[in-house]
Design a binder for this molecule. Structure first.
Ligand code: B1M
Length: 210
C-alpha cells in the first residue's frame, strides 16, 4: 500500500516520474482518489507555496514541483471525474494585452491548479474579449498579470469591458505582477491583489469563500 506522505514528499522534491508511479500504484491498490488528490498532491503543493512565500524555495523548485503535480494529475484526473470530484472553481488567467511576460503568470496558473482550481490559461497579450469569453464560459475569477508599467492600464480596460458586457458583478477580478500594488487594485476597482503565486491561491479562496 502506497503511503500518501510518500507521494507528497516526492512532489515537494519535484520527482515527477516517482509521483506518477506512486499515484498509479495508489489508484491500483484502491486508495480513495479524493485522499490521493488532497493528501498526496494538493497538501504537498500548499507546502511548496508556503516555502516559496518564505523564500525557502525559488522559481525553479516551484516549476519542478508543479511538473510533478502535473504528472500525478494526469493519472488521477480520469478517476476523479469518475468519482464525481469537482474543481473548487474555474479561474481564467492571462497576461494582459501588450505584455509578453509569462513566467509569473505560469507560476500562478500552476499553483491554482495545484490547489484544485480548474484553470483556463489564456496565455500572453490577452485582449479583454478573451477574458469576457472565458467568464461567459463559467470562469468565476479572472487573474490578470502585468509586468510593465505601460501595460497596467490594460487591467483597467479589462474590468471596464467586463462591466460593459454586464459581467463584472458575476466575477472576482484579481491582479498581480511586479509593478502592481494593492493601491492600484483599489484604484481600478479590482477585488483583490496578490504579490506572489501562493498568495494568489489564498486570495482566490478568500474571495470565493471556498
Ligand atoms: Co522584461 N521587463 N521586458 N522581459 N523582464 C522587466 C519586467 C523589467 C522590470 C526589466 C527592467 O527594466 N529592470 C522591465 C519593466 C520596466 C517597467 O515597466 N517598470 C522590462 C522591460 C522594459 C521589457 C521590454 C520592454 C524590454 C524591451 O524590449 N525593451 C520587453 C517588453 C516585451 C513585452 O512584454 N511587450 C521585455 C521583454 C522581456 C523578455 C521577453 C526578454 C523576458 C520575458 C520572458 C517570459 O516571460 N517568457 C523578460 C524578462 C524575463 C524580464 C525580467 C528580467 C524577469 C520577469 C520575471 O519573469 N520574473 C523582469 C525584471 C525583473 O522582474 N527582475 C523584466 C520572475 C517572475 C516569477 O516574477 O513575473 O513578478 P513575476 O511574477 C510573480 C509576482 O509578480 C506574482 O506572482 C509571481 C510569482 O510569485 N504575479 C501575480 C505575477 N502575475 C500575477 C498575477 C496574479 C497574481 C500574482 O493574478 C492575480
Amino acid at each position: 500500500m502506497v503511503e500518501l506522505k510518500e507521494i507528497a514528499d516526492n512532489l515537494i522534491k519535484g520527482q515527477a516520474p516517482k509521483v506518477k508511479e506512486l499515484v498509479e500504484e495508489a489508484v491500483k491498490s484502491g486508495a480513495d482518489v479524493r485522499k490521493i488528490l488532497n493528501e498526496g498532491l494538493i497538501n504537498a503543493m500548499a507546502v511548496v507555496g508556503d516555502k516559496f512565500k518564505k523564500n525557502e524555495f525559488y522559481v525553479p523548485e516551484v516549476l519542478i514541483a508543479a511538473r510533478a503535480m502535473h504528472a500525478g494529475m494526469e493519472i488521477l484526473e480520469p478517476h476523479l471525474a469518475k468519482a464525481g470530484v469537482k474543481p473548487l472553481a474555474k479561474v481564467a488567467i492571462g497576461t494582459v494585452k501588450g505584455d509578453l511576460h509569462d513566467i509569473g503568470k505560469n507560476l500562478v496558473s500552476m499553483m491554482m491548479r495545484g490547489a484544485g482550481f480548474k484553470v483556463d490559461d489564456l496565455g500572453i497579450d490577452v485582449p479583454p474579449e478573451k477574458f469576457i469569453e472565458s467568464v461567459k464560459n463559467g470562469s468565476q475569477v479572472v487573474c490578470l498579470s502585468a509586468l510593465l508599467t505601460t501595460t497596467m492600464p490594460s487591467m483597467k480596460a479589462i474590468l471596464d469591458e467586463l462591466e460593459k458586457a454586464g459581467l463584472r458583478a458575476k466575477v472576482k477580478a484579481m491582479i498581480g505582477g511586479a509593478p502592481v500594488t494593492q493601491n492600484y487594485a483599489d484604484e481600478i476597482g479590482a477585488n483583490g491583489y496578490a504579490p506572489d503565486a501562493a498568495s494568489a491561491v489564498d486570495k482566490a479562496k478568500e474571495l470565493l469563500g471556498v
